[in-house]
Design a binder for this molecule. Sequence first.
Ligand SMILES: [Mg+2]
Length: 267
Amino acid sequence: MEAALNKPPLLTGQYAFFFDFDGTLAKLKPHPNQVSLPDNVQHHICKLAELSHGALALISGRSINELDKFIQPEQYPLAGVHGAERRDINGQQFTLSLPKKQMDTIRQQLQAVLGNIEGVQIEEKPMAFALHYRHAPGSATLVEDCARKIAGQYPDLTLQQGKCVVEIKPGGVNKGEAIHQFMAEPPFSGRIPVFLGDDLTDEAGFDAVNQYHGVSIKVGQEATCARWRLEDVPAVWAWLSGQVAYFEQQRAITSRRADYESFGRSL
Ligand SMILES: [Mg+2]
C-alpha cells in the first residue's frame, strides 16, 4: 500500500520553485482551452518569483507559447512539452525539433487511425503529438496501442502517459532533465529545488528534486516518488499563499533590522 505522505513543511531557506501547470496550479477542465489561473494565484506566483530572486519556473507538457498566454504579462523561465523546449531567465530559448517529414508522416498515421473517432483529440505540438481521450474513455486502449506502434517505428521517439492522454515525444526529454538544466544555471543554482506536480509525467521531476534532497510535492492521491503530498489544486493555492506570506514577513523583518543598524551607525 502507498505510504501516507504529509503536507509539506513551511519552507524557510533559499529555494528554487518549479511548478507543473495543469492539475497543479490550474484546475483541470473538460477541454484544455477552458483552463485559467485565478488572479490571486497569478499574483502569488509573481510574488514568489520576486521573493526568490527569479528562481521560479513552470514545467509543463504544454508548449511555451500556450503557457505564456496563461501567465502574461509576466515572463517566467519555462519548460514546455515536458522539457523539449526551455526558456531561461534571460529569455533565451532552447528548442528540440523533429524533422518536418517525420512530423508529417506521424500526423498522417494518427489521422488515419484516430481521425474519425469521436471524442479523441489529436493535439500537435512543436515536436510532439498529444492524443487526448478524456471524452472517449472507451478508446483508451486503441489510442495507446496506436501511439505505441507509431513511437516504436522511430528510435528517437518515446511515449509519455498522462491523465487521459498519451504523448509521442522525443526520447531523453522529461521534466526531471528540465529541472536539472535549470538547476545548473542562475538564479536556480545553489538553491534547494521544490517541485509540485499532479501527473505521471511529473514523477521524473520528483525524482530529480529528490536527488538534490529537495522538496517534491505530489498533488492528488496517486502513488508517487514525491516525499510530500497536497490534496488538490485549492490546497496548492493555500500552500502558495502561506509560503508567500511567510517570505514577505521575513523580508520585512530583515529590512527593519537593516534600518535599525543603519540608524545605529549614523549616531
Ligand atoms: Mg499536470
